[in-house]
Design a protein. Structure first.
Length: 223
């Protein structure tokens, strides 16, 4: 699937067998260096890539991940990596830590464990199939073009067409939080980084918390 969005940008599906190298590069260069929690933890991209690659591959194999390409160069300049969740497969970032001693990975694992398990969204919203909007990132050179907003819109359409009743996101950046608020996502859980010594909030910029947010895509049954 490829769709023209602007004269110089096209939206496309992302697949593991064809797009993993480009996706990994954009994730490393744009997401890990700019995402507020990663900055607050002083994450070294090379040290966490193996851990995140498991998540990236799971999202690409879903068939519901999208990218934005510059049509003049075909370069991948933005992406929304998505994954379907069900009551039996209900975790996006619950990646086994194994025997790692990496401090940043251990902290990130603890955060994901908390935010993914504090609220059972399947019970709360009475749903069986959820699209997790897992990783949204835009090349800084292409910011301000509305690429994030458009990728979220197209992801919601894909979710609805693939039987998902709810869209869910762990929004850890004030910029992406704004996108989801404008698209009528409700916040059902907040994880604050304030007052926690493991975070260097000065490095995180204006972002001080994660918002766990959801949006019904269909009229939901009453519990």
């Amino acid at each position: 699937m490829t769709e023209s969005m602007q004269s110089d940008i096209s939206i496309c599906s992302l697949k593991e067998d064809t797009d993993l190298p480009e996706v990994s590069r954009l994730f490393k260069d744009a997401f890990l260096t700019n995402e507020p929690t990663c900055r607050a933890l002083h994450v070294v991209p090379e040290e966490v890539m193996d851990w995140y690659t498991v998540v990236i591959k799971a999202c690409l194999s879903s068939g519901l991940s999208l990218g934005a390409r510059d049509t003049s160069s075909n370069a991948l300049v933005a992406m929304m990596l998505n994954k379907v969740l069900t009551p039996k497969q209900n975790s996006t970032f619950g990646n086994p830590v194994g025997k790692t001693t990496n401090k940043q990975i251990l902290i990130l694992s603890e955060i994901f464990e908390e935010v993914e398990n504090t609220v059972d969204i399947f019970t709360k919203y009475n749903v069986e199939r959820v699209l997790e909007l897992g990783i949204l990132t835009v090349d800084p050179k292409y910011s301000g073009k509305g690429l994030g907003k458009r990728l979220v819109e197209k992801s919601e359409e894909l979710a609805l067409n693939n039987g998902c009743q709810l869209a869910n996101v762990q929004a850890s950046n004030i910029a992406t939080q704004s996108i989801f608020k404008k698209r009528n996502y409700e916040t059902y859980l907040t994880y604050s980084m304030e007052g926690k010594p493991q975070f260097d909030l000065k490095a995180a910029g204006d972002t001080t918390c994660w918002l766990m947010m959801a949006k019904p895509l269909v009229e939901l049954p009453q519990g």
